[in-house]
Design a binder for this molecule. Structure first.
Ligand code: NDP
Length: 397
């Protein structure tokens, strides 16, 4: 059905490569390209079918253009870092190829999370007759689809959305992040922000927290209010929602380490001079922290990510909770990765399938909740991420 160029051979790229390789009827030909080609080759060697591998510096649009011209993909599936979103979108525009990613663009020198830069490409993508699908991971990604599914199937009007992300896994190390450490720490040290009454309300980083009782035996965990990008797009695309919040679990051990690192300046993203050269402390920290891609073998436990939604159906108040539970060790057995890479890589492959099959089609730049959720919801369990829906009257955060 199509040729896909995957850019990025990290934790998520590995899962995407495995999942695309499992579906040859959709992904007829695969090229995996990244900054370090040896990482692409190592992933290629794990697969049951041959794929092409290439080196590319995706910060350089001209290198991505040259690779697209030589490989001629139908779709570029970008799972490198958010810093490359715009250079890769530029390359797609220049070559007339569709684009998909899992995280919104961030400028390197400011931890600012917003879709505005990518939404600005809408008219140009439309004029070129190509499509960009933004945020096809789990959160953002599946969480947007869960909300679109709730709006379509269960509510006349959604009033509040709480997106709740729990990683109840344990890697046994004192401190490690479960996806790219630089991106992860920029995200969790940013100001908290939620949407209420048509406005954004800011709170100090990780200052608001509550206890939430997770299903399926995971039990009570402390959840922390954070900003997350899917709220920005859903505030625009799901009219009438009064409040939207995003919560994530952190262990005390993780928070203690994070506070120390912040207090000593190791999470700074501005350059400091060290022995005559500029060093960005957070980038140096990334170099000494465990590679999230290496955590798979040692991570046990489960993730539980879902949306708790309140609203009105047939004039009556209604509560709806939809979630996925993913077992880290099952992911490792299947593709050699931990659950956080898996829960991101599988939806990226599903988004790509829907684009290549033509089920999700548009000209311009789109977020996940703008399409019919049905084919995505149907593919989730088939591709390894089953979901559960409940109607727990009175359940709140
Ligand atoms: P990793 O750091 O493990 O992998 C990133 C990969 O991108 C590495 O292989 C790296 O190459 C490559 N890369 C970095 N810069 C360039 C460049 N300039 N050109 C080409 N390749 C480059 O990150 P993850 O796999 O954990 O995360 C990947 C993406 O997924 C991130 O954008 C992250 O924000 C997103 N994500 C989204 C989630 C969601 O639910 N929506 C959840 C988790 C992650 P090298 O190996 O040489 O460094």
């Amino acid at each position: 059905m199509g040729r896909v160029l995957i850019i990025g051979a990290g934790g998520v790229g590995k899962v995407v490569a495995h999942k695309c390789a499992q579906r040859p009827e959709v992904f007829e030909d695969i090229c995996l390209a990244s900054r370090t080609v040896a990482k692409c080759d190592a992933i290629a060697a794990e697969l049951d079918r041959p794929i092409r591998t290439e080196r590319v510096d995706a910060d350089r649009t001209e290198e991505v253009v040259a690779l697209i011209k030589s490989y001629r993909p139908d779709l570029v599936l970008h799972v490198a870092l958010p810093y490359q979103d715009l250079t890769i979108m530029d390359a797609c525009l220049e070559t007339g190829v569709d684009y998909l990613d899992t995280a919104n663009y961030e400028p390197r020198d400011e931890a600012k999370f917003s879709y505005t830069w990518q939404w600005d490409y809408h008219e140009r993508f439309k004029a070129a007759g190509i499509m960009a699908l933004l945020g096809s991971g789990f959160d953002p990604g599946v969480t947007n689809v869960f909300c679109a599914h709730a709006a379509k199937e269960h509510f006349d009007q959604i009033e509040t959305i709480d997106i709740i992300d729990c990683n109840a896994g344990d890697h046994g190390l004192p401190f490690a992040t479960n996806f790219n450490p630089e991106i992860n720490i920029r995200e969790v040290t940013a100001m908290g922000r939620h949407y209420e009454g048509g406005q954004w309300c800011e709170t100090e980083p990780l200052s608001v927290h509550k206890t939430f009782d997770f299903p399926d035996g995971i039990g009570p965990r402390e959840i922390y209010l954070m900003f997350h990008e899917e709220m920005e797009s859903m505030a625009r695309h799901l009219p009438g929602v009064k409040r939207m919040r995003f919560w994530m679990t952190f262990s005390q051990q993780y928070l203690t380490h994070l506070h120390v690192l912040e207090n000593v300046g190791m999470t700074r993203i501005d350059p400091v001079m060290y022995e005559g050269r500029e060093v960005i402390p957070l980038q140096f920290l990334k170099a000494v922290l465990p590679d999230p891609g290496s955590l798979g073998e040692r991570t046990t436990g489960r993730t539980c990510i879902g949306c708790l939604i309140h609203g009105i159906k047939d004039g009556q108040p209604k509560t709806y909770y939809v979630y996925n539970i993913c077992n880290h060790q099952d992911c490792y057995k299947e593709v050699g990765s931990q659950g956080v890479s898996y829960t991101t890589g599988v939806p990226a492959a599903i988004g790509a399938m829907l684009m290549l099959r033509g089920d999700w089609r548009g000209e311009g730049v789109y977020n996940m909740e703008q399409f019919d959720p049905a084919p995505f919801m149907a593919l989730l369990p088939e591709m390894g991420l089953p979901w559960v829906e409940t109607f727990p009257d009175g359940l709140t955060v």
